[in-house]
Design a protein around this ligand. Sequence first.
Ligand SMILES: [Mg+2]
Length: 121
Amino acid sequence: MKRILIVDDSETIRNQLRRLLEGKGYEVFEGVDGQNGFEQLRAHKGVNLIICDVNMPNVDGLTMCGKIHLDQDYKSIPILMLTTESSAELKSRGKAAGVTAWITKPFDAERLIAVLQKLIP
Ligand SMILES: [Mg+2]
């Protein structure tokens, strides 16, 4: 079973994603901000993919991604940003921080699953 870590400060989004992903047979873990997200990554072995918000308290998503990108243990894990942000500047910052895919909220569930299946077949 593929393991996905959701990192988003919105409980509504986390619940929505959990329902969707568990329905598709993924195992789901949650982090509530960039700091907690990194802790969850360390707490759960074998995370296959991270879905990450940009705007979060404490540590934002791009900062968390940058930290993951510099970590030999985690840098190969694909990261999908799921955010209301869509500026070219943030996307290029994401790319530099190892972000693999970028989907803008509100998101289409089928499209999200299609992207996931491509990233972790
Ligand atoms: Mg947010």
